[in-house]
Design a protein around this ligand. Structure first.
Ligand code: ADP
Ligand code: MG
Length: 612
């Protein structure tokens, strides 16, 4: 029908040029995107030997007639872009018209395709970019593509490929990301004849996420209350405080359902998580942004991974705010429950209450018990104790029929913070670890981390209200600094004062400090001041002085205030536990490390050989 046309030379030169086929996973990505653009409801992907030996995709999308099928293999031929102005508002995944010809030029390529109501379809064979044959074929409606022997004609490129397992894990990641972005599409991924995952179509983003990351992690996600500000809609799920990974494999962000990456968004997440994320750890997010496509440029990166936002700052602070608000909601009287969110496609279907929600809300079993049931020992609110994603989705679990997936009793989320009376304090070891008992077994509290969390929250709330109590120094300290540092400090004198540091400008490039927070001991004052002044430049460029203050509190103030290796009396230990459990985020310290760890009776039984 001639839907596909060549881009004009001018337009062709405007699309971000570059190699799209770097490795098997890039082929997979391009092919899935094409199937999504073709309106597929079912996408089946079969790969062999990490995709190096073969990548096959079958979809039930719109298909192509013979003319289009041939045209699709021309460079810069696309049905998705006609004129320059279209580039400004792209909603399709593709638009450059380069993927199919690129893939066909580096593989043994077979395309069969048939339009829905067409009597027959077309089969095209190409080897290393050379047309071998064009025939009529009778495949099912939709499109099937196979790329075999990737880079067989480019030995240099082939050498750069990693092991089959590594290549496959990249492929798997690509399929996962697109599967999360499109819960309404059924996805099947098969590697070397074995099913890696099979995800039935669902209306619910949560079900899709759960199908991919497993129940345990899914139950530790918080739903973002869908909201719209400045024409940007945000929705999705993010990990509870303390849930994190050492890499970004589960940090997914979608813009108009296109997976996107970028330092700016990562920064915003970090900012939003702030102290709920351990340094060096990565947040787990399935974040959906929707906005007018004219406000963002997707034509930046050949593989379209990065996008450029016209108003990046607004977006950045919005993402950070929404993340921070979502993390706090956990503590609100009506805790943030997973309502069935319609997948972020058509918004016509919505479920108020789902089976999953019912089950979750009914359960009053506290998190501790859950932990004990499903894990032998773990931080009370797990940090990174989860297996890596590849290991999460065992075949058996995923090959279950759909009903089973839904009926499997979902485990409830941490609905309640435990009370101090749930624990019996037994003693302290190593002057650091408080040993306690609860109904599930043994609980350890890191005295230092707990105290840090408590102080952090106290300081923060005081900073926001009356300010931190201070003591005057017997001898005011004057500090001379470089003009650059001085300017910086001068800008933030207000913040320092809120932190309980009585700082004043004292002549050119000199600062006078005449009071410090009460918890800083006189002998420690110089080190404290140095620490603060050292931290300050690192943290500028932060969003607000409040945030700057929080960071200062987290990084320096606590370090000085904490009862490290102090012997605490039983009464003091009790108070410490009480205060900790009163905190907004009791399960991790301001650096995101766990404060409490549970070791279940089951684990103890295992250790003593009572059970296997
Ligand atoms: P682009 O996606 O940037 O347009 P591609 O080279 O990936 O470029 O694809 C070229 C054209 O081939 C697409 O514009 C589309 O019209 C058609 N096409 C590719 N894959 C499919 C598919 N799975 N189903 C239907 N049409 C397809
Ligand atoms: Mg494409």
């Amino acid at each position: 029908m001639g839907k596909i046309q060549l881009l004009s030379d001018t337009l062709a030169s405007q699309v971000a040029a570059g190699e799209v086929v770097e490795r098997p996973a890039s082929v997979v990505k391009e092919l899935i995107e094409n199937s999504i653009d073709a309106g597929a409801r079912n996408i089946e992907m079969r790969v062999r030997r990490g995709g190096i030996s073969s990548i096959q995709i079958a979809d039930d999308g719109c298909g192509m007639d013979k003319t289009d099928a041939l045209m699709s293999l021309e460079r810069h031929a696309t049905s998705k872009l006609r004129e320059s102005s279209d580039l400004e508002s792209i909603l399709t995944m593709g638009f450059r018209g380069e993927a199919l010809p690129s893939i066909a030029s580096v593989s043994k390529f077979r395309l069969t395709t048939r339009e829905t109501n067409a009597l027959e379809g077309t089969e095209i064979l190409i080897n290393g970019g050379k047309l071998i044959s064009v025939k009529e074929a009778g495949e099912a409606p939709g499109t099937q593509i196979e790329a075999r022997s990737l880079f067989y004609n480019m030995p240099a490129r082939r050498k750069f490929l990693r092991t089959e397992n590594t290549e496959f894990s990249h492929i798997e990641h690509q399929v996962r990301v697109h599967a999360i972005a499109h819960p309404r599409i059924r996805f099947l991924l098969v590697h070397n004849e074995r099913t890696t995952f099979h995800l039935p179509a669902t209306e619910s983003l949560f079900e899709r996420v759960r199908g991919l990351v497993g129940n345990e992690l899914a139950m530790r996600l918080l739903e973002i209350r869908k909201q719209e500000r400045n024409g940007i809609k945000i929705s999705g799920f993010i990990g509870q405080p303390g849930v994190s990974r050492s890499n970004r494999s589960l940090q997914m962000i979608f813009l108009n359902r296109r997976p996107v990456e970028g330092a700016m968004l990562q920064y915003a997440l970090r900012e939003g998580y702030h102290t709920a994320l351990m340094k060096g750890q990565q947040a787990v997010t399935f974040l959906f942004l929707e906005m007018d496509p004219r406000k963002v440029d997707v034509n930046v990166h050949p593989a379209k991974r990065e996008v450029r936002f016209h108003d990046g700052n607004t977006l950045k602070s919005m993402v950070a705010d929404v993340v921070a608000e979502t993390l706090e909601q956990r503590e609100s009287p009506s805790p943030n429950r997973v309502r069935e969110t319609p997948a972020p496609e058509e918004l016509s279907v919505s479920f108020e209450v789902s089976e999953v929600e019912d089950l979750r809300q009914e359960s009053l079993i506290p998190e501790l018990e859950q932990q004990a049931l499903r894990k032998d020992w773990s931080p009370l609110l797990a940090t990174d104790a989860l297996p890596e994603p590849a290991a999460v989705a065992p075949e058996e679990a995923i090959e279950q029929p759909d009903e089973e997936l839904i009926e499997a009793p979902p485990e409830p989320v941490a609905t309640q913070v435990p009370k101090a009376k749930d624990f019996r304090i037994l003693g302290v070891i190593g002057k650091l670890y408080v040993i306690m008992e609860n109904t599930q077994g043994l609980v350890l509290m890191d005295q230092h981390a707990a105290h840090e969390r408590i102080l952090f929250e106290q300081m923060r709330s005081r900073m926001e209200t009356e300010g931190v109590p201070t003591q005057s120094l017997l001898m005011p300290v004057t500090i001379e600094m470089t003009p650059k540092d001085f300017d910086l400090v001068r800008e933030h004198v207000g913040t320092l004062q809120k932190l309980g540091i009585g700082a004043e400008v004292f002549g050119a490039n000199t600062l006078k400090i005449d009071s410090l927070p009460t918890f800083v001991s006189e002998s420690d004052s110089n080190r404290f001041i140095n620490d603060v002044l050292e931290e300050l430049p690192k943290d500028t460029g932060r969003m607000s002085s409040v945030r700057l203050g929080e960071d200062m509190v987290a990084t320096t103030v606590c370090r000085h205030a904490v009862k490290a290796n102090d012997d605490l009396h039983p009464k003091e230990l009790e108070k410490l536990l009480e205060d900790l459990l009163d905190c907004e985020l009791p399960f991790c310290c301001p650096h995101g490390r766990p404060t409490l760890v549970q070791i279940s009776f089951k684990e103890l039984e295992k250790k003593f050989g009572r059970v296997v």
